[in-house]
Design a protein around this ligand. Structure first.
Ligand SMILES: [Fe+2]
Length: 290
């Protein structure tokens, strides 16, 4: 078993409220220094994101200098500069990561029956390696995550998803992209904040759309994240994108979940409308270019 999670907490809080758990991943050879260097060398710009530490938690995510260095070079210089290296989908680069991802997900399925009833539409992992004293600015991710701290110390500030207003989620989901969601930190309700002092062997569950910012302390930090989206989660995103248009027309949309069949109809409409809107946009841009 890789994870140790309190089953009552998992049942009560899964995808609703962040919670801590313990794990045994830190001992795996996969995460030792030599293996991580070997893994980083396999990455070019694709599937990797190398960024400086942010000056503060409320810095806009993409305002921080990024992608000026290859992952292997940033890793070599990690103790001499403040960098954050994200290696996306290592399971596509090393079969040992593919095994680890499927073992962890199988454990989650065994532990949490409602997840077995869901259709998972995207499952992937990532490796995060950061210098000490480095800040990852405030944002949210449109996916459910299990975050494993492998080595080093991290203070993880995460808010329950209820800290995000519906209109903010609608603005994000109308784009129909898998990307970070940008939010203003100052507008959050501080009673929704959870702070986890993470070190090797400790982990944290992060619900979909749970905004967070992270700071490392003294030395370098290594983390591993398992993330996934369910068909239900995707559907809620499409419903929210429909609600975005309703709000623009001056109509207050019904609360999500209040009328499930209406939510489903809205989502079905946007399943067609979002790709069509993209196609129209592309055509218009081509037209303008002529
Ligand atoms: Fe994130």
């Amino acid at each position: 078993m890789h994870l140790s999670v309190d089953s009552a907490v998992l049942e009560r809080s899964f995808d609703r409220v962040p919670f801590a758990f313990e794990h045994k991943l830190s001992a795996l050879e996969l995460f030792d220094e030599t293996s991580l260097h070997r893994l980083a060398q396999r990455y070019t710009d694709r599937d990797a994101f190398v960024a400086d530490g942010a000056p503060s938690a409320d810095t806009p995510f993409y305002d921080v200098e990024h992608d000026t260095q290859r992952p292997s070079e940033a890793l070599r210089l990690l103790d001499h500069q403040r960098r954050r290296i994200l290696l996306k989908r290592p399971e596509g680069y090393d079969p040992a990561f593919r095994r680890l991802l499927s073992e962890i997900f199988a454990e989650l399925l065994r532990m949490h029956a409602p997840l077995r009833a869901e259709r998972v539409v995207r499952l992937e992992s990532s490796v995060l390696i950061s210098s000490g004293d480095t800040i990852t600015p405030f944002h949210f991710d449109p996916e459910i995550s299990f975050f494993f701290q492998i080595a080093g110390e991290k203070r993880y500030h995460v808010y329950a998803p209820r800290a995000v207003h519906e209109n903010e989620l609608e603005r994000f989901y109308v784009k129909g992209v898998v990307d970070i969601g940008q939010l203003e930190l100052g507008e959050r309700d501080s009673s929704c904040e959870y702070v986890f002092a993470l070190a090797g062997g400790r982990g944290m569950h992060q619900p979909q759309n749970a905004p967070h910012w992270v700071e490392t302390s003294g030395g370098r930090s290594v983390s591993y994240v398992v993330s996934f989206e369910t068909a239900q989660g995707r559907m809620r995103g499409r419903t929210r994108s429909f609600n975005h248009y309703l709000r623009r027309l001056g109509t207050e949309p019904a609360a999500l979940g209040e009328h499930p069949s209406l939510d489903a109809a809205k989502a079905a409409t946007m399943r067609v409308a979002i790709p069509m809107r993209r196609m129209v946009g592309r055509t218009l841009r081509r037209g303008r270019a002529r």
